[in-house]
Design a protein around this ligand. Structure first.
Ligand SMILES: Nc1ncnc2c1ncn2[C@@H]1O[C@H](COP(=O)(O)OP(=O)(O)OP(=O)(O)O)[C@@H](O)[C@H]1O
Ligand SMILES: [Mg+2]
Length: 435
């Protein structure tokens, strides 16, 4: 940390356009100042340019596809720490202690001092997993925390965090928020980019900006809270999904199924799901929701019991990039037998999914399956990466579809009364929730 009060990072009149296949302006005239011991929040709709701004600050764009203007100034000697929303991609080692010590290895810090620094940071961040755990097997929340601790050990000055909360359940979200507050207390500068930041974060924020109409605008917390409350009102107004009078079984299991790969994650009671119904499963990070959907899909066998399906299922993973086998919009529409005329306007002018922001990719994947001929949809974290407006669109598709939809989500409250049945996974059991 420098003792200087000079801004660590400033941008002057920064502008970015993507140039391939045609020119798309993302933002212009961005003047941003990042100082010590502050947390800056940058928010905005899906596709507004948040991730582009972060990669511009990192100067990490693929060459040739971008046109930029203006200037970025970083105070001499200050170091950046970038965290994408896919923490697993950043992990380097097989053990928690090795991961934490990795920046010290490069700096040739003696072994004993390395050990002390690792223990100190663990205590400071109240990190629970043991030193010998494999980082790749931690939950995404624990991985995010671990990487923030690595950033602290490497003594980075500026933390650039792209959507650090989108994968996290409430407990992990709280741990990451308090970790950010620890870093702030140490004088670090933190930039958080988020399309739906948790309300609990707002009390630690020093500055909040909105990217809108190609500009970065300073905004206030009350205006921002209003925005989130609108979504809540919309969710509260949802009615329960009406089901067809004539009930046909779509998917069922007559006896308890045990979900897991090598070891059992949870048990699910016998269940009949009729066509046209929506069933929601909630649970914390690591409770086994994804494994459950893959079990219903048939990619994993249950450890006990069996599942009967009356129609084809489609599994939609949380991460949109894992969903697409092909990046070309034209061939995806062909594969899902959808006419180009029927696609929402925002997707009409793009050729590949790589020209879409993460939230736009997620929405496009959901659009394909809702308008395909598959009868049973298995949606893993369908609200992941979506802003409020796109969540409303998802809820509209859900309330109008005749498909059977099984949802796994840690944001189950966002579905309001829409699901016909809801279950929560606790203490290795799926338990029916009362309506
Ligand atoms: N490689 C690319 N080529 C062309 N256009 C792109 C490319 N990458 C992104 N875009 C466009 O730039 C805009 C900004 O994208 P960006 O990923 O920065 O948005 P974002 O605010 O991070 O969105 P999200 O909330 O969905 O993550 C979007 O409209 C997107 O369609
Ligand atoms: Mg983004």
């Amino acid at each position: 940390m420098t003792g200087s009060t000079e801004p660590r990072l400033t941008t002057e009149d920064l502008g970015i356009s993507y140039t391939h296949p045609s020119e798309v302006k993302v933002f212009e005239h961005v003047d941003l100042t990042i100082t010590q011991g502050k947390i800056v929040l940058i928010t905005g709709k899906n596709g507004s340019g948040k991730s582009t701004l972060i990669s511009t600050l990192l100067q990490a764009h693929a060459k040739g596809s971008i046109k930029s203007s203006g200037r970025i100034k970083i105070l001499k000697g200050e170091t950046l720490n970038y965290l994408s929303q896919k923490p697993a991609f950043h992990l380097l080692t097989q053990r928690v202690d090795e991961e934490l010590a990795s920046p010290l290895g490069f700096k040739r810090v003696p072994r004993e001092e390395r050990r002390h620094r690792v223990i100190d940071v663990i205590n400071q961040f109240n990190f629970k997993p043991t030193l010998e755990r494999n980082p790749l097997k931690l939950s995404s929340g624990e991985q995010q925390l671990l990487l923030l601790m690595v950033g602290k050990i490497s003594d980075s000055d500026i933390f650039l965090l792209d959507e650090p909360f989108s994968m996290l359940d409430k407990t992990n979200e709280e741990s990451v928020i308090s970790a950010l507050n620890v870093l702030k207390g140490l004088g670090k500068s933190i930039v958080v980019v988020s399309h739906r930041p948790p309300l609990n974060l707002l009390k630690y924020i020093d500055n909040i900006f909105l990217i809108e109409d190609f500009r970065l605008k300073q905004t206030s917390i009350p205006t921002f809270k209003n925005h989130l409350e609108h979504l809540q009102e919309f969710v509260n107004s949802l009615l329960s999904k009406s089901t067809q009078k004539e009930r046909n079984l779509a998917i069922y299991w007559d006896s308890m199924i045990s979900v897991g790969r090598a070891e059992m994650l949870f048990q699910c009671p016998p269940m009949n799901i009729n066509s046209g119904e929506i069933v929601c499963f909630s649970g914390s990070n690591g409770s086994g929701k994804t494994t459950f959907l893959l079990t219903l899909h048939g990619s994993i066998s249950p450890l006990e019991g069996s599942v009967t399906k009356k129609a084809k299922t489609k599994f939609v993973p949380a991460d949109p990039l894992l969903f697409f086998m092909d990046g070309e919009i034209k061939s995806l529409l062909k594969e899902y037998k959808i006419d180009k005329m029927d696609i929402p306007n925002k997707f009409k002018s793009v050729e590949t999914i790589f020209q879409l922001s993460e939230g736009q990719q997620k929405l496009f994947g959901l659009f394909l399956v809702f308008f395909s001929d598959t009868e049973i949809l298995l949606l893993d974290e369908p609200t992941f990466a979506l802003d409020s407006e796109n969540i409303k669109l998802l809820l509209k598709w859900l309330s109008e579809t005749e498909k059977t939809v099984i949802i796994a989500s840690h944001e189950v409250l966002l579905f309001g009364k829409l699901p016909n049945k809801s279950y929560t996974i606790t203490s290795k059991k799926a338990i029916k929730m009362r309506r």
